[in-house]
Design a protein around this ligand. Structure first.
Ligand SMILES: Nc1ncnc2c1ncn2[C@@H]1O[C@H](COP(=O)(O)OP(=O)(O)OP(=O)(O)O)[C@@H](O)[C@H]1O
Ligand SMILES: [Mg+2]
Length: 345
């Protein structure tokens, strides 16, 4: 018996993907049907591969094809993640960059905000997503803490429209939930919220989407690594030995074989202290050398060294990232970081 592609496609229309209440053919999930002697091979696209639907749909495909064309038929199904096809709601986003660290308070949000501003200054279109759902700080750093993102509809679903300020598109759970409420959330709720900020949002066409990650190596880090097409991560550390040790641990998580996310490099924040009244002085109050050791050990570059200056904190607290100013050593350090990253992706 020779089976045609059309017959296979018609048979597959009986397989329903319940989450979307439609059959897998009309949902555009079926790819690359190959009919060999006594075997049918096909690829099926899922939003993410760790979804239980992958197993359920695959079983249902096999059963349906065997019922239709005979039990002796062998069926080979290759599930593919949407991200590999460059489809889905983030298709217009060229480079997703995650700003990570091992420790809290080392300056991830500060680096993410100023990196976003500096990338925009080079001429890129940029968005920033605040993934620190328990302690969102991006709204304050961009002066939009009272912002209310608009809503539009996409395929019958409500979609958030990022707020814009300083030329950057911004989304944070801080716009929707009071942080003391989020503190009581369980892991699955946090993950859902994160996925919504990523996918149920109108990011449009962006050269860079910078993600301000929560500290450490928790659920969100894994969700991000497994389900999104990340161009690379930027590791933020401060010069102290203890901070560097925590960053090393975070780096190792992203380096696991399965995740395959490139570590672009290290940003050493608060590298040295520069007093406002003596701008020519540099005080290495947190020590020197640990970041360089980590750079050698992980075989990744130091992408930037950001001095510790009072104006950095002021800018963050006042909703105007310091990089918006042209002429100061910190802006220059962030500009160099932005150029380094822009060159590398
Ligand atoms: N280079 C710097 N010079 C001066 N102050 C800085 C610098 N970098 C960060 N800060 C200040 O340090 C504090 C912590 O920074 P930030 O919120 O960016 O850290 P974080 O790693 O995002 O923290 P969390 O883990 O809580 O999210 C902020 O008040 C910030 O303004
Ligand atoms: Mg932060």
């Amino acid at each position: 018996m020779s089976i045609t592609k059309e017959q296979v496609t018609n048979a597959l229309k009986q397989v329903i993907f319940f989450a979307k209440a439609n059959n897998i053919v009309d949902l555009g999930m079926v790819y690359g049907i190959e009919i060999l002697n006594n075997e049918i091979k096909l690829e099926v696209v899922f939003e993410k591969l760790d979804d239980p639907a992958v197993g359920i749909v695959s079983n249902s495909i096999e059963k349906t094809l065997k019922t239709e064309f005979g039990d002796e038929l062998s069926v080979t199904i290759k599930p593919i993640a949407e991200k590999e096809l460059g489809r889905g709601p983030l298709a217009g986003v060229k480079n997703i960059i995650a700003v990570i660290s091992g420790k809290g308070g080392v300056g991830k949000s500060t680096v993410a905000a100023n990196l976003a501003v500096s990338l925009a200054k080079i001429g890129h279109s940029v968005g920033i997503l605040d993934a620190d759902i328990m302690g969102p700080s991006v709204p304050i750093m961009f002066g939009v803490e009272d912002g209310q993102p608009g809503v539009m509809e996409r395929e019958g679903k409500p979609i958030m429209i990022p707020i814009e300020n300083h030329g950057i598109k911004i989304l944070s759970l801080g716009f929707f939930v009071k942080s003391d409420q989020a503190l009581m959330w369980r892991g699955s709720m946090i993950n859902n919220a994160f996925n919504q900020l990523m996918k149920d949002a109108e990011w449009g066409n962006l050269d860079f989407l910078v993600i301000d990650m929560p500290p450490g190596t928790g659920d969100i880090q894994l969700t991000l690594a497994q389900n999104y097409n990340i161009k690379g991560t930027v590791l933020v550390t401060t010069p102290q030995k203890v901070a560097v040790a925590d960053v090393r641990r975070a780096a190792m998580m992203y380096r696991q074989d399965k995740l395959e996310i490139p570590l672009l490099g290290i940003v050493e924040n608060m590298s040295y202290f520069v007093p406002d009244d003596m701008p020519e002085k540099k005080y290495f109050i947190f020590g020197k050398g640990s970041s360089d050791e980590l750079s050698t050990e992980l075989n990744i570059p130091i992408l930037g060294r950001i001095p510790m200056v009072e104006k950095v904190r002021e800018g963050g607290d006042n909703g105007k990232p310091i990089s918006l100013d042209q002429d100061n050593p910190v802006s220059k350090a962030f500009m160099e970081l932005a150029k380094n990253i822009s060159d590398r992706v």
